[in-house]
Design a binder for this molecule. Sequence first.
Ligand code: ZN
Length: 395
Amino acid sequence: MTSLILTNVRPWGAGPVDVTIADGLIADVAPTGTGDGAGERVDGCGLLALPGFVNAHAHVDKSWWGQPRVSYGGEATTQGRIAHERAERDKHGIPSVASTIAVLREFLRHGTTATRTHVDVDLGVGLRGIESVREAVAALDGAVEVEIVAFPQDGVMRRPGVLELLDQAAVAGATSIGGIDPASIDRDPVAQLDGLFEIAERRGVGIDIHLHDGGELGAFQYELIVDRTLRAGLQGKVTISHGFALGELPPQRQAELLAQFAEAGISWATVAPVRSAPLPWRAMRDGGIPIGLGTDGIRDLWSPYGDGDMLRIALGFARLHGLRTDDDLADAVKLATTDGARFVHRTGHDLVPGARADIVLLDAENVPDALMRAPRRQAVIAGGRLVVRDGELLV
Ligand SMILES: [Zn+2]
């Protein structure tokens, strides 16, 4: 049964089409005026249409979005941020369903319709963060599809009991379990990775590991991860998040590692931070190593930056890598949309029949123009439902 016809929109900047939506999916895409379907019509006014953005790396459980701003404090190191967050989070009511709903609504307002989120699992909050994220997702009636990584932010081996929590999270439906700097945080990289891979293999979940360690210390851990991925048969189910070391290594070393990543089916999530070393992204693309873009946390105890807009993250990626041509700029946008689909276990995420009807409309000439200006999202359709109109949330 037809439920909605979005008329006169330009997918990826191409000629105008009408998009017929039925049961939450795109049923048909046809040149404007040629369709004869019945149903409610929404005038797309010739706007640029993109598929919903996919945020491949977020932390929706530990923001205070919607509440007064909190000043930056604590030490600016990974361990400093961890300690500061653990000391301060209760004061800000983290985790909370209301804050998570506020973050997810902001994602939607910017056109993000699916996200992979790491959710803190530790001896302090147990699995409470995961439960609050699930409640928030349900409150929005699934407008944003959310995939959960149980994330041991505070370390694994140095905090006895955390491995058991990760195991419980895997049983309770987390799609992946996380890890963090097995060398510099746990100071026992083999033990952390063995522990994570044992759970992943036994429970059939993926692994998505935060790796901030630079240079050869980072590369050493990549190789440990590749080795265990192959031995556990987890090809295609392991993601390295951040992985700052990769961009810092000499080209020959990068090439060796990329060959290993390709063999092990390792994917890469980056938030393209300023001052990080550019990734060898063309070689990764050509070598079939998937890259996803994410916002990381926004308005949290880690950083004062971020607003949840994936177009601005794509712009940051484009700037960091010196992209200039239309094709390269369009590739940056694809990283934030179609290319991110695998990070939320979607296939066919695009403006094509059969895909979930996740559509973002922007007043832009074409894709590069949208990337440069990141204009407001005129309309967002999520799962076939109009959730943003004239830039304003309807949910
Ligand atoms: Zn993160």
